[in-house]
Write a protein that binds this ligand. Structure first.
Ligand SMILES: *[C@@H]1O[C@H](CO)[C@@H](O)[C@H](O)[C@H]1NC(C)=O
Ligand SMILES: *[C@@H]1O[C@H](CO)[C@@H](O)[C@H](O)[C@H]1NC(C)=O
Length: 383
């Protein structure tokens, strides 16, 4: 018969080896979203079809190969996993998922289904995955990682759910296809309602702790700064150089999301819904880039030229263009933006620092005091 002391001994041994592991607040992470948190699903879904994200220099800084992450290295979801003492969350489509977690996020993914956009006369190319599809994947996965009702309830209760960022693509595709901002604003409530349904279903299945990120600083992305170039200095925020109308749009989405989260909190007092304010964490960085060692926060590291180094006809990782106009900067750690749309690993590290510091509500550090504020220290890149 096993000694009852054995688990305690193992616990202490683990504590000595890895302080974060001993204190793990959660047994696993399940993540939903788009390219901001996709750790490989989109690239796997491309199969043999070539895609820029499958080519160098994607992944060059940390993984030393393209992994499907839309960056040179780790994402917020990776840093969060490390801060919580958990393994990096494997993409669902890799089939390597376990009770320790799964990442359902897909680059290009929208909150709303493709039919919704088709009804507006919009074609969402690049991805036919929506939050609804990701939820369906989760329902399919669940019976394979827990077997009884109580085991599944325990798994849900001990897991952290990252629901978002999602919705950014719903707006980006529409705006880039020439829809007026007022028209796009009109379907913000639909996006919020899709996010709300996912959260509510997860809670019904037993989720107790959910992190729900708001939208990002769309007005600071090189893709939009390039697309909506203006000669009117009044169109730009003086402190950051970002486009006012797009950042106001993100703020509008976030206000509606927060309002909805408060509603869900009232109806589900047993669940902890943490709002992760990606927007203000990013604004803090764009207002004070030197603090994080960034030089040109609005200039993409990897791109095909132009004022913001974003060129829609020569994007990062496009091999044909790479021979000509596409270049990657020598020090991605000095850039916030990686490819015109997504952040560098250094950018995401700074965002995670800001988030863990002051931009979660309620504070993640209070809910999980063991969280490792030095999350990116002492972790060596895989060879
Ligand atoms: C998405 O499109 C691909 C190719 O057109 C297809 O194979 C796949 O089944 C679609 N996925 C969904 C979820 O509709
Ligand atoms: C954008 O890329 C195209 C195709 O490579 C190239 O012809 C064009 O000069 C580039 N634009 C800028 C501003 O560098």
């Amino acid at each position: 018969m096993a000694s009852p002391l054995l688990p305690l001994f193992l616990f202490l041994a683990a504590a000595a080896a890895n302080p974060a592991a001993a204190a793990a607040c959660f047994s696993s992470i399940f993540s939903f979203g788009d390219s901001i948190s996709d750790t490989g699903n989109y690239l796997i879904s491309c199969g043999a079809t070539p895609d820029p994200v499958g080519h160098p220099p994607y992944g060059e800084t940390f993984f030393h190969r393209p992994t499907g992450r839309c960056s040179d290295g780790r994402l917020i979801v990776d840093f969060l996993a490390q801060a919580l003492g958990l393994p990096l969350v494997p993409p669902y489509l890799s089939g390597e998922t376990s009770p320790e977690g799964a990442n359902f996020a897909v680059a290009g993914c929208t909150a709303l289904d493709n039919e919704f956009f088709r009804s507006l006369g919009l074609e969402i190319s690049g991805s036919n995955y929506s939050l609804g599809v990701q939820m369906e994947w989760f329902r399919q996965l669940l019976p394979s990682i827990c077997s009884s009702y109580s085991e599944c309830r325990n798994l849900m209760a001990n897991s952290l759910f990252l629901v978002g960022e999602i919705g950014g693509n719903d707006y980006c595709h529409s705006l880039l296809q020439g829809r007026a901002v007022e028209e796009v604003k009109a379907f913000v409530p639909d996006v919020i309602s899709a996010i709300s349904s996912a959260i509510t279903e997860l809670i019904r299945l037993g989720a107790r702790t959910l992190v729900v990120p708001g939208g990002v600083t769309l007005g600071c992305l090189p893709i939009f700064l390039d697309h909506f170039r203006s000669n009117d200095a009044g169109d730009y925020e003086p402190e950051t150089g970002c486009l006012k109308f797009l950042n106001r749009f993100s703020e509008h989405h976030n206000e509606m999301l927060l309002h909805e989260l408060n509603q869900i909190r009232q109806e589900n007092p047993d669940a902890t819904i943490i709002y992760a304010d990606y927007y203000n964490a990013m604004v803090a960085i764009f207002r004070n880039p030197q603090r994080y060692g960034f030089r040109s926060p609005l200039l993409a590291c990897c791109g095909g030229g132009g004022e913001y180094n974003y060129n829609a006809s020569a994007v990062c990782g496009d091999e044909a263009a790479a021979a000509g106009t596409v270049t990657a900067c020598r020090d991605p750690a000095e850039h916030v933006n990686w490819d015109g749309v997504h952040f560098t690993e250094a950018g995401y590290r700074a965002v995670t620092s800001e988030l863990l510091g002051r931009w979660t509500e309620p504070s993640v550090a209070q809910i999980c005091p063991q969280i490792d504020a030095n999350f990116s220290q002492g972790i060596h890149a895989p060879i």
